[in-house]
Design a protein around this ligand. Structure first.
Ligand code: AMP
Length: 125
C-alpha cells in the first residue's frame, strides 16, 4: 500500500514550527492544538508527529509506541478539559475525516476532539 505524504501540508508546517499553533499538549510522538475555526467550545486537533496521511496509514504503519502515545494523549486531553465521562465529564466526540468521502481537508492524520456543549446527532448529510 502506498501513501503519498505532502510535506508542505499545513500541519507539517506547524510541526516544523513554520506556523504558530495554540498547543494544548505535546508528547514525544504527538502534538495537540486548538482548531483555528472551532466548531464547539472545545475543539482540539491531535496529530502524530510522524508523516501519516490518514488514519488507515497511521494504523497500518505507525509503531506500537506511536499508536499508544496517540491514544493516551486523546484520553489525557478529554480528562484535562473535564469532558471524560469516567471523570465526571459530560462527554465529547472524536472525528477523523478521511479521504474524499470523509471530506478531509488537511492530508496529515488528525483527530478532532469536540466538546464543551451538547453536540448534534452525527451525519447531517
Ligand atoms: P479536516 O477537514 O478534518 O481535514 O479538518 C482540518 C481542520 O484543520 C479544520 O477544522 C481547520 O479549521 C483546521 N485548521 C486548518 N488550519 C489550521 C491551523 N493553522 N491551526 C489550527 N487548525 C487549523
Amino acid at each position: 500500500m502506498a501513501y503519498e505524504y505532502d510535506n508542505e501540508n499545513i500541519f507539517a508546517r506547524i510541526l516544523r514550527g513554520e506556523i504558530p499553533n495554540d498547543t494544548v499538549m505535546e508528547s514525544e510522538y504527538c502534538l495537540a492544538f486548538r482548531d483555528i475555526q472551532p466548531q464547539a467550545p472545545e475543539h482540539i486537533l491531535v496529530i502524530p508527529k510522524g508523516a501519516y496521511v490518514n488514519f488507515d496509514h497511521f494504523g497500518a504503519e505507525a509503531s506500537d509506541a506511536e499508536l499508544v502515545d496517540f491514544s493516551r494523549m486523546v484520553a489525557k486531553i478529554a480528562q484535562a478539559i473535564g469532558a471524560a465521562p469516567g471523570a465526571g465529564g459530560q462527554g465529547y466526540r472524536l472525528i477523523a475525516n478521511t479521504g474524499t468521502h470523509g471530506v478531509q481537508d488537511v492530508p496529515h492524520f488528525h483527530m478532532h476532539l469536540l466538546g464543551g456543549r451538547q453536540l448534534g446527532r452525527m451525519l447531517q448529510t
